[in-house]
Design a protein around this ligand. Sequence first.
Ligand code: GOI
Length: 520
Amino acid sequence: MAVLHLLAIVAFHLLIISEAKDSDFIYKEFTNPKRDTFVYGTFPKDFAWGVATASYQIEGAWDADGKGPSIWDTFTHNGRSHKKQNADVACDSYNKYEEDIAMMKKLGVSHYRFSLSWPRILPKGFANEVNREGIEYYKKLLDALHKANIEPMVTLYHWDLPQVLQDMGGWENEMMANYFAAYADLCFQAFGEQVKLWITFNEPTIFSLFGYELGTDAPGLPHNGYGAYRVGHTVIKAHAKAWHLYDQKYRKSQGGKISIVLHGNWFEPKNPDSEFDRAVAEKASYVELGWFANPIFGDGDYPAIMKDMIANNSRIQQLSTSRLPEFTEDDKRMIEGTFDFFGLNHYTTNLVAHKPTVSEHFASFFMEFNGEMSQDKESWPEPAGSPWLYPVPWGLRKLLNHIKQTYGDVPIYITENGFSEGEGPLNTKDTARINYYKAYINEALKAYLIDSVNLKGYFAWSLMDNFEWRSGYSERFGLYHVDFEDPERPRTPRESANVYAKIIKNNGFPVQAGTDHTEL
Ligand code: GOI
């Protein structure tokens, strides 16, 4: 059956491969010589091609027209980001959204993923005081997208919590699940006619861990060993409540889809011959994604491997109960199956080696695994702008297959993928980013064509340079460059914008006449 399926696909798409040319992405060494071979072929006809952004990172207008402050306004105004930078103005997309849409038209995207600023809509956090001007802004944006024939994918929460809700404990307060559901209800009501793809949360692992465990991100609380787990527990319930609300109250009339976006690295054993390294790498993959994916896409509960790990470590730390909270049976029934697709943000791969890290005296998510993360600095190309972002394209294909094997044949959108460079004078020749996009999109194509992964779309991060959280403007992810020194915030396309536009126009990498191809 599998063989027949593969043959059918090969025949249908004229799947043809060729050895990498010097313009393609080449690794210095690899164990499987075919691994990095470039594949020619195209994505399905209705494939979603998009770009992604987030409200705090692009909008600016931080206190305009009745907007309340978010935890990121507080955090940056306290000087906690790189060079005390903030996003008070950022890309000024609050005023320049029409320019943004013109850029999207040039790229030829079919979809735009952006997020709503909760404190712009509800300055006091709660749904009893609605800021009309906030609603109007997003309605204008949605109308303009509609006119441009671009489908919106709207994230309800991309990290900019109203400060007033943080003053009540933020995501560590269980009541947040209800407050979030009320905010979601209002958004479905206000925008649901125009929005057919909803995302509840962007990367809950990341804002839990960096905001409430390490404290390097807003709200900056170093609640090591327990903060992130408490946050995650409430966020999962908040997501499930919003999903059920949409399902029961809006799905029939509005006909959209709603799900969650999870961050996933691929984890590769540092020494593939070591069963210890293999076991820790596997654990890392099952826990990073599975913390949120297993409850939602699996059986309603945390992965067993995660529950055991944290319970054991808590025992070593002389605690009477696990630091990971438990779901009730009712919780599990409410949470299980609350998805319409799988939203995946993926950027890089890590090597994992076994190393005893669990301590009797200090608890931390990052020490829970008895493992150590690193990068293969010998074989992987240097990251250009973000020290953590090593381009490892084959990791994406492995991760997509892992998702299919672990959570079933669910429709997957790659909701973020992209590459950064450092600050500096405008250089439109962004070869490293071009190589990154070509190679990663090609691995996505392999997952679709060869591995039959149910891939529905791909969103590049990001449309333009923007405020990169604690790194300020020092890491640039844009297909378009933005000059943050100029009050006009002029945007200039980089070469990668043209390359991405061409990939979109071709719906992948069709076979070209006159090039040297070998059949698979
Ligand atoms: C998305 O997050 C997000 O959705 C967008 O809003 C965002 O703009 C976009 O990606 C681009 O980033 C070497 C413990 C140096 C502490 C290695 C572990 C620093 C610090 C590896 C691991 C990692 C993408 C910063 C998810 C945060 C960048 C999560 C990617 C800093 C490191 C670490 C490291 C670590 N991450 N983020 N860091």
